[in-house]
Design a binder for this molecule. Sequence first.
Ligand SMILES: Cc1cc2nc3c(=O)[nH]c(=O)nc-3n(C[C@H](O)[C@H](O)[C@H](O)COP(=O)(O)OP(=O)(O)OC[C@H]3O[C@@H](n4cnc5c(N)ncnc54)[C@H](O)[C@@H]3O)c2cc1C
Length: 258
Amino acid sequence: MTPLQNLRQDLIGAGIAIVDDPERLAKLSGDYYHFSPVLTPFLAPKRADLAVFPTSEAEVLAIAQRCVQHRVPVTVRGSGTGNYGQCVPLQGGLILDTSGLQRILDLENGTAVVEPGVKLGTLERAAQGQGWELRMYPSTVRSATVGGFVAGGSGGIGSVTWGQLRDRGNLRSVRLVTLEAEPQILTLTGDDVQAVNHAYGTNGILTALAIALAPATPWQETVVAFENFADAAALGWALAQSDGIAPKVGFGVCAPHP
Ligand SMILES: Cc1cc2nc3c(=O)[nH]c(=O)nc-3n(C[C@H](O)[C@H](O)[C@H](O)COP(=O)(O)OP(=O)(O)OC[C@H]3O[C@@H](n4cnc5c(N)ncnc54)[C@H](O)[C@@H]3O)c2cc1C
């Protein structure tokens, strides 16, 4: 039997549900790389052979152990909103989809502890219910997951105040399952979190994350139109530098005159 057949048999034997329907696998094998005409011809044909949807860290560990044993590549997937092919299975193998790991474990004292598949928008609503909000989120906030944002994103709305995800203090701690000869569950805190921050799931599968929140603010949106981009950027810069004004985001979009 091939390594893949052995893995499939082992997973089924362990009671872990697998998906191998070609249509679903095609969907699970892509992200927003198709924004790029350069990446599309390389990534469009790539397909996983199987997908799994674990619902607990114990299940993630069991899957990791079997993939290591049979030497089948693992690609971790959040919501697949990454826009340069970060969750495309380049060598086939197994997709580990985190959508079943969606418990908010703790939400106290300005820190949220969550499983990786929690949607950022869901967490934002839960945090706001307790007087807190996310420090930053990508424009894909409604669909992207916390795990995918930390492993594949960088910053976004809120970064004008709180910096990037990689800035000290934004990501407090993580738990992960490694994919070494004997997969382990590790907890990283302090600067050690940087080993997995923005690492695209290449050195482990995040199973829990503690992220810092900000006090909730009733933000107001204002749109100002400018004749040229330089003026728009100058206002954005001035606002970002004004200590007495709390900014959430400053966007400059310059449309050419018809
Ligand atoms: C229109 C658009 C706007 C965007 N705007 C922003 C923005 O403002 N800021 C920004 O930073 N990004 C932005 N992005 C990129 C992307 O949406 C974000 O990075 C998002 O947070 C990814 O989340 P996801 O759940 O979709 O992750 P996925 O795309 O599923 O995964 C992203 C990466 O993380 C890995 N991963 C996922 N879950 C885990 C896990 N549990 N353990 C280990 N690795 C894991 C995947 O393997 C992959 O490498 C944008 C994308 C689009 C299409």
